[in-house]
Design a protein around this ligand. Structure first.
Ligand SMILES: Nc1ncnc2c1ncn2[C@@H]1O[C@H](COP(=O)(O)OP(=O)(O)OP(=O)(O)O)[C@@H](O)[C@H]1O
Ligand SMILES: [Mg+2]
Length: 318
């Protein structure tokens, strides 16, 4: 039994774009250009990088939903990169995925009980309702949710249903592709905390993709920074966050708002604008205060709080 849950070696994935000329073949996109890393059992491995850098391509290959052009991927010591779909059934029991868009990944015509039980039925288990209730409870939903349809839930609740379905076959590895990015601001932290708690309680190995380093920091212990199909830096998340070595990681860290702001969907640029506005407000207020102090000799008013001061400190606050 190996301690390595996932081993990725020299993975290359090229896509050919559709041809736009009769005489020339379509150009090639180098989505992954030789990616290698190991994820140990129980590790929480984050992958960050800009849009289009190859994060989802890498996850699809790890989950056996796509095949690399070259290179190898082992899950639980089994080489999966050359296996045909019908031989990947063992992988579905070990590794499950949660996607960004819960509405898109849940069949609108199915009741929640059937959605969650689907992976169990695929494994030949028939009477699943007690397991469905157990899973609903684990993700913080009432048993009555089993009889309803996906459109009768909020975005955050739908993502909870996706998580329940992913956990149904009792996988050892959970792979999440931007699981909170499509959610309403008010529920991002709740879903992130739920994932965090479940991974801990069930001793799962987690592979978590996000374009946002601060969100990854909240749930992962290790991070790989990707740029243009390559991993440019990898290490314990605190090290990469505090002392990024690669210029691209430095850019990413500089652009990363603190978790609370990221969860609120505020970018560094928006935060900078808000801070400037707060400062302007503050200096206007102090000049007004100066006038009123002269007039009434009152105490100076406190400076208006900056946006970050108005929110409770995040888990990763320095
Ligand atoms: N099926 C495909 N056919 C052609 N090109 C593709 C295909 N899938 C992905 N690509 C290209 O591969 C590159 C990597 O795409 P990928 O979806 O992995 O990026 P990503 O890092 O997940 O981006 P995002 O953060 O926007 O989700 C992109 O240039 C994309 O256009
Ligand atoms: Mg993606």
């Amino acid at each position: 039994m190996t301690d390595v849950a996932i081993s990725v070696r020299d993975v290359v994935r090229d896509y050919r774009r559709p041809r736009t000329s009769l005489t020339k073949p379509g150009s090639v996109v180098h989505a992954l250009r030789g990616v290698s890393f190991d994820v140990a059992r129980g590790q929480r491995f984050g992958i960050v990088g800009e849009s289009g850098c190859g994060k989802s391509t890498l996850l699809r290959i790890i989950a056996g939903l796509d095949q690399p052009t070259s290179g190898s991927v082992q899950v639980g010591g089994v080489e999966i990169s050359r296996l045909p779909e019908r031989r990947l059934r063992f992988l579905r029991a070990q590794l499950q995925l949660v996607f960004q868009d819960p509405m898109g990944s849940l069949d609108p015509r199915m009741r929640v009980r059937d959605i969650i039980a689907e992976p169990l039925v695929a494994q030949g288990h028939r009477d699943n309702i007690s397991r469905v209730h157990e899973l609903l409870d684990a993700v913080g939903l009432q048993p009555e949710a089993a009889d309803r349809f996906p459109h009768q839930f909020s975005g955050g609740q739908r993502q909870r249903i996706s998580i329940a379905r992913a956990l149904a076959p009792d996988p050892r590895i959970l792979v999440a592709d931007e699981p909170v990015s499509a959610l309403d601001v008010s529920v991002r932290a709740q879903v992130l905390n739920l994932l965090d708690e479940l991974v801990q309680r069930l001793s799962l190995t987690l592979v978590f993709v996000s374009h946002d380093l601060s969100v990854v920091r909240h749930v992962c212990d290790t991070v790989a920074v990707m740029s243009r199909g390559e991993i440019v830096e990898m290490g314990p998340i605190g090290d990469v966050y505090d002392t990024p070595a690669h210029p691209y990681s430095r850019q990413l860290v500089a652009a990363a708002p603190r978790l609370q702001a990221a969860l609120a969907g505020r970018t560094a640029a928006v935060l900078a604008a808000e801070t400037l506005a707060a400062r302007a407000l503050s200096s206007n207020a102090s000049s007004r205060n100066a006038v009123s102090r002269n007039a009434a000799d009152s105490d100076p008013k406190p400076t208006p709080p900056t946006p970050e001061q108005t929110t409770p400190p995040p888990k990763d606050a320095p």
